[in-house]
Design a protein around this ligand. Structure first.
Ligand code: PPS
Length: 569
């Protein structure tokens, strides 16, 4: 397929016009873009999403959802829509210009609103992602994060979103096109990735380039990838370490600020169109390209080669050729990587492989990662960001009735952990938090939830930064505890400890005299007396305190932490 390196249309106005527009746009009603919308807007403005000229109109949206095409018939597999809250949309009239601001409030673009509609999200999920299943990250986003109304219309670009990181590694489609022109790269094969590169990837990308007799563009996504992925800062440092492994001047790397949707086959076609816009002639599509993991039934959302099939069916129209991914394995006897399907003496040689799960296990337990699998510099970076469990931050979250003994046990645990040393320890006790963080809150469901979410936020920051957070609120609602768990588990372990002292025993002890007042109706909404408590169903640990000394209760927690590998005995 012929390479096209002529400049691609961008949606930016000239510098002078932009200065003028910026002043005028300050008067417009403005929409604060979500992180995903900032990514989308950048690629709209710089031509990465060519031929789109703005966020999709309703007619384009409906055709894209149902047929993977714009209303004029051109191939476009992914709805790129501006979702907003219904109350914001209510005050927007068709034909009105709005300003689009980034998260700091900088005006990046204006949009003339030509369309406004409430999408059928379940239908969008079925058609675009293959199932209306919340286990799919983009379906979950659609239902739980995206606004209920979509606005469509053409964009006028004022300025690019600002990036402070890896600036020299970020290129617009036109910058890459100019680079390829300058170096005379007539064929370029792009490799899309959201994971660190190990030796197998280096081998397969090198082979793909050789096969297509092309130069190689490592084109990692640094916008938004699958929740739980390794952060892009670490990944880019890893990619930089691997770049030296390619023959010099055959390969380059550029960062793509795309917000992925993990839409498998449709996403592969989308990725191909985006790379075509960046001046590439070939694109590597692997097994389960942009796969979102398992659905709520524990099955894969897409077949392993669905993405390759859909890409192949459209590649002529797209003008970019697929290079299918070879599954590379390490043949120990020959000390080299080979495509699994080309090994004819499988029974006579030893084939080695380390899966993603095994790699994570080795990292979390601080075990060896062999040189045949990855490059020492990559492993070093990964070890920094995924230290062994015994060096990671974690949260111990006590829950139970007032007077159950949470604070006493939490205090004892804190002292024991401080005696052991190694990581900073912070205690977020119910009473302390209510004095310092939540002094204006009462005990309604809404206020209790807010209180627990604040504790969860602070604990997640502590956990992220390698510390130990010990929380000891009542936290009566299971859904709120679950939300806090999810927030914290992105960064480290969450150990829920149910201090299971019965309400009768708490009332008998009545250390603060509150139960008496609650019985007399002088304190309202008192947990266990006049307010509910959801007993944790599957806490990591349940402690009975009635005839067990505090020291022993704290010791039970320590034993649990030890068994989870979070502390060393
Ligand atoms: S919650 O539900 O998690 O937000 O509660 P928490 O922040 O842990 O605060 C509980 C402490 O506040 C005192 N207190 C009450 N508890 C329960 N219900 C009502 N209505 C209430 N009013 C005041 C009580 O002393 C709790 O302290 P602890 O340490 O749990 O005994």
């Amino acid at each position: 397929m012929p390479q096209d390196l002529a400049p691609i249309p961008e949606l930016y106005v000239s510098y002078e016009s932009a200065q003028k527009m910026k002043l005028e746009a300050a008067e417009l009603v403005s929409h604060d873009l979500s992180p995903r919308q900032v990514c989308d807007l950048e690629l709209l403005m710089n031509g990465g999403f060519n031929p789109l000229k703005g966020f999709l109109s309703q007619a384009d949206y409906e055709c894209v959802v149902d047929d993977m095409r714009l209303a004029d018939g051109r191939l476009w597999p992914m709805p790129v829509t501006l979702d907003v809250k219904a109350d914001f949309a209510e005050n927007i009239a068709l034909g009105q210009d709005i300003a689009l601001r980034d998260q700091e409030g900088v005006i990046l673009a204006t949009m003339t609103v030509t369309d406004k509609w409430s999408p059928d999200k379940a239908h969008e999920a079925e058609k675009v992602f293959g199932a209306n299943d919340l286990a799919h990250p983009a379906v979950n986003y659609l239902h739980h994060t995206a606004g209920d109304v979509y606005l469509g219309g053409p964009i006028t670009g004022i300025q690019q979103p600002v990036h402070y990181d890896f600036r020299a590694r970020r290129d617009t489609p036109n910058e890459l096109r100019a680079y390829f022109r300058k170096l005379g790269w007539r064929k370029v094969v792009a490799f899309q990735t959201r994971n660190p590169l190990h030796r197998a990837h280096q081998e397969l990308t090198f082979r793909a380039a050789k096969e297509a007799q092309a130069n190689l563009l490592i084109h990692p996504v640094v916008g938004m990838t699958k929740p739980g992925d390794i952060d892009h800062f670490t990944r880019v440092r890893c990619y930089e370490a691997v770049l030296d492994q390619y023959p010099s001047s055959t390969t380059t790397m550029s960062l793509l600020n795309l917000a992925m949707r993990m839409a498998g086959p449709r996403e592969a076609v989308w990725h191909g169109l985006i790379r075509k816009n960046h001046g590439c002639t070939h694109f590597i599509v692997g097994r389960d390209h942009a796969g979102p993991g398992k659905n709520s039934q524990g099955e894969d959302f897409y077949g392993p080669y669905d993405a390759q099939d859909l890409f192949r069916a459209h590649q002529d129209e797209m003008g970019i050729e697929m290079v299918d991914f070879k599954h590379m394995v390490y043949v120990q006897d020959r000390a080299q990587y080979e495509p699994a399907d080309e090994i004819t003496d499988k029974d006579d040689v030893t084939i080695l492989n380390i899966s993603g799960t095994e790699l994570r296990r080795r990292l979390s337990e601080g075990l060896e990662i062999p040189e045949w699998f990855s490059f020492p510099a990559v492993v070093e970076e990964l070890r920094k960001t995924r230290p062994p469990r015994a060096a990671q931050g974690f949260t111990v979250f006590f829950t139970g009735f007032s007077g159950s003994g949470k604070s006493t046990i939490a205090n004892a645990l804190m002292v024991k952990l401080m005696e052991m040393g190694g990581r900073p320890v912070t205690l977020l006790d119910g009473d302390i938090v209510r004095k310092n963080l939540s002094s204006e809150l009462g005990f309604s469901k809404e206020h209790r939830d807010l209180n627990i979410r604040r504790i969860g936020y602070v604990a997640s920051e502590i956990t992220k930064n390698g510390g130990i957070a010990i929380c000891a609120p009542i936290a009566p609602y299971a859904t709120t505890r679950r939300a806090v768990r999810e927030e914290i588990e992105q960064f480290g372990a969450f150990i829920e400890v149910h201090v299971a002292t019965s309400i009768e025993e708490c009332e008998r002890r009545d250390r603060k005299g509150l139960y008496k007042l609650a019985r007399e109706g002088k304190i309202k909404e008192f947990t266990g007396i006049s307010d509910p408590y959801d007993v944790p169903e599957n806490p990591e640990l349940r402690i009975e305190t009635e005839s067990v000394p505090v020291d022993n209760c704290a010791h039970q927690v320590l034993l649990k932490l030890e068994s989870l590998g979070l502390i060393k005995g």
